[in-house]
Write a protein that binds this ligand. Structure first.
Ligand code: ACO
Length: 330
């Protein structure tokens, strides 16, 4: 199969992680759990937690500033700012608009994308289409998540899983061999109630009962999510590779959504990619929803795991359910 010619490339990335570290041993003091249980079932050792006053938009701004500095652009050059987040600072306006003001990206169109943990991939695909359609030259895609704000800290089955952080990518039209080779996005809204926040929106607005029962916080059927995540990410990996005209053996680095090390290992196995070609940082950060992929991408670049000409496969899965993948030639 012919390898498609990229039309858009990621020029630079950035990340922001809060300083505060919450270890499994800290969690042992908060709920009925153990470091051993968390490590064996999830692979997570610690996660970062933002201070209460730290905003989702501010975390995103810090990641974006690093990405823009590395790309050598200033905020006024951004034509479109797309923010993926499941933890907006407020319902209106979009977190992207708040971030736009913080950045001074005054020439950009700014809006949010909500695709839960798959949000970064959805936002990249939208940004790619925006640029290919000739609507602008430079796109800024930011995934920023304050998962600690929607976590029920008394529920041991979920509170051990999540962390806070932000990642960003600057995109522009490609003019050589590097860039986005292929992508694949899917969702299945019939499975929405397996991973969701029951109340707090217009369906069941906030009231005292909701707050008492913590129905505004995240709930999850862990086992069902686990099975669907593996199945969906393996399918997504396969399809993006087919569309890129590549095989599993051509992949230099697989960066999967970082939710659970067992999900990551199973996905890599189904996709036929050996563990040494899989990027893992869930042990240090937990699941940061949509921010996991750009943070892992940024770290992988910094650590030399991605070089000029590398084929990088991103795969994600999240609430909705949503899932997707992308092949990048670096
Ligand atoms: N500490 C100790 N015991 C616990 C804990 C905990 N933190 N949490 C649950 N348990 C107990 C349960 O109560 C249960 O006890 P029981 O057998 O007496 O009833 C036992 O451990 C087993 O519980 P399971 O839920 O069956 O455990 P499982 O092996 O499925 O692991 C887990 C749970 C880690 C949540 C797993 O299902 C998982 O990782 N699922 C996917 C979660 C995920 O990745 N979600 C996000 C993906 S999408 C996105 O990123 C938004």
């Amino acid at each position: 199969m012919r390898i498609p010619k990229p039309q858009v490339e990621i020029v630079a990335t950035g990340r922001y992680l809060p300083e505060r570290v919450l270890t499994n041993f800290d969690l042992e003091q908060m709920v009925d759990t153990t470091d051993e249980w968390i490590r064996e079932r999830t692979g997570i050792r610690e996660r970062r937690i933002a201070e209460p006053e730290m905003l989702t938009a501010e975390m995103g701004k810090r990641a974006a500033c690093q990405a823009m500095e590395r790309a050598g652009i200033h905020p006024g050059e951004v034509d479109v700012l797309i923010v993926a987040t499941a933890t907006p600072d407020r319902w209106l306006p979009a977190t992207a608009c708040d971030m736009q003001a913080l950045l001074g990206a005054t020439n950009a169109a700014a809006f949010d994308v909500q695709a839960a943990c798959t949000g970064f991939l959805y936002a990249l695909v939208v940004a790619e289409g925006y640029l290919v359609a000739g609507r602008g030259e430079i796109a800024l895609v930011v995934s920023t998540e304050k998962m600690s704000a929607i976590t029920d800290w008394s529920d041991r089955s979920t509170c051990v899983l999540f962390g806070d952080g932000a990642g960003a990518a600057v995109l522009r039209r490609a003019n050589d061999f590097r860039g986005i080779l292929s992508s694949y996005l899917r969702s299945d809204g019939r499975l929405g109630d397996l991973l969701y926040r029951p109340a707090g929106g217009t369906k069941i607005p906030l009231n005292h009962h909701v707050l008492d029962e913590k129905e505004h916080l995240l709930r999850m059927e862990g086992r069902e999510v686990f099975k669907a995540a593996v199945r969906s990410m393996a399918e997504a990996a396969d399809i993006a590779l087919q569309r890129a005209g590549l095989r599993a053996g051509d992949v230099d680095l697989l960066i999967p959504h970082q939710a659970n090390v067992r999900i990551i290992e199973a996905t890599a196995k189904y996709a036929g990619i050996p563990s040494e070609k899989v990027y893992v940082n869930v042990d240090r950060y937990g699941n940061m929803s949509s921010a996991t992929l750009p943070i892992a991408l940024d770290e992988a670049l910094e650590r030399g795991r991605i070089r000029m000409g590398s084929n990088v496969l991103l795969v994600g899965f999240g609430a909705g359910f949503t899932w997707g993948s992308m092949v990048l030639r670096w």
